[in-house]
Design a protein around this ligand. Structure first.
Ligand code: SF4
Length: 227
């Protein structure tokens, strides 16, 4: 497997926010989102066997802990990743998979929590979501929209309602996009969309979603890697 980094931090997003978590960042992505904050994962990385990845996870967290598989786009390494995720589940880990949902998700093991980042138009990768994946989502899973402006918000709101997402999944997350040049200030000034504005829109429309802030960017310098 091609791995950019493995590290332990606090989970910064989703309904697992705030929990200790081991992150396994796989190298490579087939998308190029305009606000991507992990461009360093597009290339390079280190070649590791699934056994080596597993050993590193076990060195950072005892069984029963939380592990997030992220990228890049992890499903590009589906052949090795699927058995690794099953192994982690068998060992008692709680496994989260962060994916754009551009690749089919039908082979993801039952028990893995899929956190699917449906791309809004402002990402410049809109229309990449593989719509058939909606049928694969379960009440364990979460759907996230990273929102840069009003146009993105309306897309996320309409998509949520049209596909009845709040009924299909555990949580629908609306998250203000962060500037990829963000550094220094650990506050909302680095958001491309003011969280207050997003919160007000959500309240006005009574949208069945939860506001999600990337807390790791409020705890540490937003430019810091490995947190
Ligand atoms: S899918 Fe994720 S890793 Fe890939 S470009 Fe978009 S934000 Fe970056």
């Amino acid at each position: 497997m091609q791995i950019t980094e493995i590290y332990k931090s606090l989970q910064g997003e989703s309904t697992y926010t705030g929990l200790p978590c081991v992150f396994v960042r796989l190298t490579g992505c087939n998308l190029r989102c305009s606000w991507c904050d992990t461009e360093y994962s597009f290339y390079g990385g280190k070649r590791m066997t699934p056994e080596q990845v597993l050993a590193e996870i076990e060195g950072l967290s005892s069984r029963g802990g939380l592990v997030e598989i992220t990228g890049g786009e992890p499903m590009l390494q589906e052949r090795d990743l699927v058995p690794l995720m099953q192994r982690l589940l068998d060992l008692g880990y709680k496994v989260l998979l962060e994916t754009s949902g551009e690749r089919p998700l039908e082979r993801v093991p039952v028990g893995v929590v899929k956190i699917v980042d449906v791309k809004c138009p402002g990402s410049e990768e809109g229309d990449t979501f593989y719509v058939e994946n909606l049928e694969i989502l379960t009440s364990r899973d979460e759907v996230k929209f990273v929102i840069a402006d009003r146009f993105d918000y309306e897309f996320a709101r309409d998509f949520t309602i049209m596909h009845d997402l709040a009924v299909r999944v555990n949580a629908v997350l609306f998250s203000p996009a962060f500037s990829k040049e963000a550094a220094g200030a650990r506050d909302a000034s680095n958001c491309l969309l003011d969280p207050q504005e997003l919160a007000e829109w959500m309240l006005q429309d009574n949208v069945p979603a939860r506001l999600s802030l990337q807390i790791h960017k409020l705890i540490w310098d937003p430019a810091m890697k490995g947190v």
